[in-house]
Design a protein around this ligand. Structure first.
Ligand code: PGA
Length: 250
């Protein structure tokens, strides 16, 4: 049975360690009451909180929202994949649109990060998606093709795990999620691009997730109707009850 990924992106929240612990404990408590089925629940807090939140004894996994590509050295302010691995991170996102927009994260930098995350034996979650303007100009296909092609350049996927998250920039934090029919088309488009870059068997196995204004009312449609392999959840993951409603809804 295929895993369904439910990934919480806390972004730059909460603002204190106390609030972080309260939120995490509450998610732990709620998720213990919820049937998890074959769900892989992943919490991605700000890096600074990673060592202090303890996912045991639940089966919640930890992830990071970013990392650098070098293992160590004179790179002030950066966090290396080896450090994240040591803190028990299983997943690391790369290419989130907020990092592309505010921190100049290019497809070439994303490519280096993916290689480094795989080398450190963690699983990259590659975020791709078009802006509102690009959608208006009907450039979605071209944008996704370029983002995937450059980010995955030279990346061997045969025995490597990787997830792709389709996050249309216009849907993030807006309350206006993508229509499940449209998300299904994009899911197929991503599989087609991966088939062209690799082969059909890799495309078939590669989990494609959806992110952008997911809540407990629309979550199920992205899994059942759009055939997504999981969800990347921002705002709704900061509310433990809403987040567990999402888990139980799918
Ligand atoms: P949102 O964010 O659920 O608040 O739209 C998702 C994300 O940015 O990953």
């Amino acid at each position: 049975m295929k895993k369904t990924f439910i990934i919480a992106n806390w972004k730059c929240n909460p603002t204190t360690l106390k609030k972080t612990k309260t939120l995490f404990d509450s998610i732990k408590k709620q998720s213990n009451k919820t049937k998890k089925g074959n769900n892989e629940i992943v919490i991605c807090p700000p890096l600074v909180y990673l060592p202090t939140i303890n996912a045991k004894p639940t089966n919640i996994k930890l992830g990071a929202q970013n990392c650098y590509w070098e293992e160590n050295g004179a790179f002030t302010g950066e966090t290396s994949p080896l450090m994240l691995k040591d803190l028990k991170c299983k997943y690391v996102f790369v290419g989130h649109s907020e990092r592309r927009k505010y921190f100049n994260e290019t497809d070439e930098k994303i490519n280096k990060k993916i290689e480094a995350i795989i080398k450190a034996k963690m699983i990259p979650i590659l975020c791709v998606g078009e802006t509102k303007e690009e959608k208006k100009q009907e450039k979605t296909q071209q944008i996704l093709k370029t983002q995937l092609k450059i980010a995955l350049k030279g990346v061997k996927l045969k025995n490597t795990k990787l997830c792709i998250a389709y996050e249309p920039v216009w849907a993030l934090g807006t309350g206006k999620a993508c229509n499940p029919d449209e998300a299904k088309k994009i899911n197929l488009l991503i599989k087609k691009i991966i088939t062209q870059l690799y082969n059909p068997s890799i495309a078939k196995k590669l989990p494609v997730l959806y992110g952008g204004s997911v809540n407990s009312k629309n979550a199920n449609a992205f899994i059942k109707e759009a055939c997504m392999d999981g969800l990347l959840i921002g705002g709704a993951s900061l509310d433990a009850r809403e987040f567990s409603k999402i888990i139980s809804s799918i």
